[in-house]
Every structure is written in C-alpha cells, then in structure tokens.
Design a protein around this ligand. Structure first.
Ligand SMILES: [Zn+2]
Length: 467
C-alpha cells in the first residue's frame, strides 16, 4: 500500500507522457493532412509536366475524390483520438477488465483464472472497437467510395462481411492469446525468447494457411484460364526462376473497382493473385455498361454536371499486366520480402525483450488504473501499445522510407527486363483507375507515402513513352 502511494507520482508522469505523445502525433499528422488538403484545394489545373499523362477530367475527378477522403479522415481521426483519450482518462481499461471478470465469472470459469478473464476482455474490446468503427466504415464505403464510383458492395454483403471478419478474428485471436499468456506464465527467466518464437511460428502458420483457408472465406479465387496471359506469366516467372505454382484471379470487383496484384507463398510454392479489376479483358466492370445515377453534388465546381457511365473501361492490357508483375516479382528477386520479414522479426524480438524488462514495473499498471492487480494481457497492451508508441512511430517512418526505396528498385528491375514502356503506361492507367492525385506536399508524402509519387516513378523509368 505504501509502495503504491510512493509510485503514484511516477505513474501520473507515465500516464500524461503517453497521453501527451499521442496528441503530439495526432496534431503532427493533422498538420500534414492540412498541408495536403491545401494542395488539393489549390491545384485545380493539371500541372504542365503532367499534361501528357492525365486529362483534365480525370485530374478533377481525382482531386475531388482525394479531397473528400481527406475531409473524412479529418473527422474520423478527430473522433478516434477523442475516443482514445476519453477511454484513458475515464479509466475505460480497468472498467472493461472488471467487466470481463464479471462476464467470465458468469460463464462459470471464475474470475480468479486470469486467462479466461483476459479472453473475455479481448472479445469485449474487439467488439467495442468493431461497433464504434462500423458507422465510420459504412460512411466511407457507402457515401464516399459510392459517390466516386468505386463501391460495388451492397449493405447486406458489407454487414455479413463484418460479422464474418469478427468471427474469424476471434477464432484466431483467442487461442493464440491464451497460449501466449500461458508461455509467458511458465516461461521462466527467458520467457521472452519462447514468446517471440511462438509469435514467429504463429505468423508463419498464418501466412501459410491465409491464402488457402482464410482469404477464400471472404473472396472468390479462380485459377487464371489457360491462354496467352497465363503462358506469358509462366514464361516470365521461369526466366527469373520464380517458383510459380498457380495464378489466381480474385473477384475484387465484388467489393470495389480499385485494382491490385500480389504474390504469396513460401519457398518453392509461390502463387500470383491478380485482381479481376486489373485485367482489361477480364473485369466484369467493363462488361456492364449500366449507368449509375450519380447525385450531382454542389461542390465548388458545379459547372461540370455531365454524368459519365461509370468505369467505361478499366484495367490493363496483357503486356502491361506483365510489366506490373515484373515489378512485383522484382520485389521477390531483390529479396525485399525476406528483408521485410527479417526486420519485423528482429523488431518483435526486441519488443519482447524490452517487455520482459518492463513487465515487473508496477507503476506502469498504476498509471493506467490497475492498483491491485497486474494482469499480463494488460501489461502487453500497455507496453506494446502505449510505452512503445514513440519507437513504433519512428520505426514506421523508417519502414515507409525503405518501402519507397524498394519500389524504385522493383521498377528498375522491370526496366531491366525490358518492360519500362509497358510499366510506364500501366502506372498511368492504374493511377487513373484508382483516381490517385499526382501532386503531393513534400512533407505529407515523405511521412505517409509507401510508394513514391507517380511522377517520380515515371521519371525514373526514363520517360520512355513521351510521344
Ligand atoms: Zn511494389
């Protein structure tokens, strides 16, 4: 009891430092977004050097889309920062913890068992965040994405998806957490090594089963039909000894008309996944010519009221798809995937080690309102989420910088494969289909962009296709 009183001032300092840092990051990012919004507002004409790659209409469409998205994220960001602050200030975490104790007691496990209380806590916490997040994601999907012609979901599909996602998350989260808590409990002095090894195994297992057992619960994957594209992809994979086993097309058009491509799999068993929206000849969006009644919003440019049929034509032709895949396979050939895994595992090891150093400090628990118990799960949450947050911010910035370097290198790889001009036109098409805005504030893009701005990528490709 006396110790508790002595620790209290330190605990208060910790609490206010965490809160203060959270608001500092929030204000910094709000400032960056403000700078970027200023660019969206003021850049109403296509800049001269972009004249050849973007028409006025697409430019204006993307400007409005990005402005809407930025305004939305201003409000949703303010909401979640306020919510997080209120939870901390009003003692939401100890409240939820004791509620979890009552719930697990009621189900007959008894609150004296920390693991069952932890699991109830996790379920309640994820349920709370799913419910409070739902209105925001509904607004984002059915108002913003809808208005700009990207949304392809119905509300029923969306809600079913949300429930499924919640259920699948619980099925993974609960057993993994209980094992982790158990390992920490019995691990002895070197528990952090076992805990780290355990999370390493879990992530390897998840990566292995995700594509075959989890992703198909949400989306339809079909093998790419035999034909020119498939043969070309196989030939290209062979030329750089990429151990390709299968090429899939995922029905991304069921969700939105945004497009993408990726590969996954371990060692000798790699698969490529193409979004149907990426494939010009395959996208269902190109087949239905139906016009969507778009509400003519009263934005500052009300003169342009001509409603265009949505997704007139989108996606890339086969040589362009091969160039995009050349870039993707470049990430593999240049070891980017392995480097990312190594970095994230080293980071995870470091975090578990620091966690082991800090977990015994009762002032950390006192700071967040835990006066007479020090549950391991709460310790994980406090240390990984709150105490490490300055480190996490720094790390994520470094990873963003690294990711931009990797993107340039993968582009250069595609260039070396002789696909520069196809990649050049693919990047322009993809930017157009996804309504990317080609002008960025330098500070905003430095902080947030995992990919270099379009113009810089095109320049690096050597302006191959100028005429
Ligand atoms: Zn890339």
């Amino acid at each position: 009891m006396i110790q508790t009183i002595l620790d209290q001032p330190v605990a208060n300092q910790i609490f206010y430092a965490v809160l203060g840092f959270s608001w500092t990051v929030y204000l910094w990012e709000a400032y960056l977004s403000y700078r970027q919004r200023r660019i969206y507002r003021s850049t109403t004409q296509v800049p001269q050097e972009l004249g050849k790659i973007m028409d006025t209409e697409t430019f204006e469409k993307s400007r409005r889309y990005q402005l809407d998205k930025s305004n939305f994220s201003f409000w949703s960001g303010l909401y979640s920062e306020t919510e997080g602050t209120l939870i901390l200030v009003l003692g939401g975490i100890p409240f939820l913890w004791s509620l979890a104790g009552t719930v697990s007691g009621r189900f007959g496990f008894g609150p004296e068992y920390e693991i069952t209380q932890s699991l109830s806590f996790l379920t309640l916490a994820t349920l709370f965040s799913a419910i409070t997040g739902l209105p925001w994601s509904i607004y984002s999907t059915f108002v913003i994405e809808e208005k700009h012609g990207f949304n392809q979901q119905t509300l029923g599909f969306f809600l079913k998806d949300a429930v499924k996602k919640f259920a699948v998350t619980q099925c993974i989260l609960l057993p993994v957490t209980s094992l982790l808590l158990y390992i920490i409990k019995i691990g002895g002095d070197y528990f952090f090594i076992y805990a780290w090894l355990f999370t390493l195994c879990v992530s390897l297992v998840l990566v292995t089963i995700y594509a075959d057992y989890i992703a198909p619960l949400f989306d339809k994957f079909t093998p790419l039909p035999e034909g020119e594209l498939k043969t070309d992809i196989e030939t290209m994979a062979k030329s750089i000894s990429f151990p390709l086993t299968k090429v899939y097309v995922v029905e991304g058009s069921k969700r939105s008309s945004h497009s993408n491509a990726y590969f996954y799999g371990f060692f000798k068993n790699k698969r490529i996944v193409l979004f149907d929206t990426l494939l010009e000849d395959y996208s269902p969006l190109n087949k239905t010519g139906e016009e969507q009644p778009e509400n003519t919003e009263s934005d500052d440019t009300s003169s342009e009221s001509k409603v265009k049929p949505k997704n007139k034509k989108q996606g890339c032709n086969n040589p362009e798809i091969l160039a995009v895949l050349g870039h993707e396979l470049g990430h593999w050939k240049l070891g980017h995937t392995v480097k990312n895994i190594v970095i994230s595992q080293m980071n995870s090891f470091l975090c578990f080690f620091l966690f082991a150093v800090l977990i015994g400090r009762r002032e950390l628990f006192l700071a967040f309102g835990f006066h007479d118990s020090q549950p391991t799960l709460i310790g994980l949450m406090i240390i990984f989420q709150f105490i490490f947050s300055p480190y996490n911010e720094l790390l994520s910035f470094c990873l963003t910088v690294l990711s931009r370097r990797f993107e340039f290198q993968a582009d250069a790889f595609a260039l070396a494969m002789g696909k520069a001009s196809q990649l050049y036109s693919a990047l322009i098409k993809l930017n157009k289909d996804n309504l990317g805005f080609p002008v960025a504030d330098w500070l905003f893009s430095m902080w947030h962009y995992s990919h270099p701005p379009l113009l810089e990528r095109l320049r690096a490709l050597g302006n191959v296709k100028q005429d």
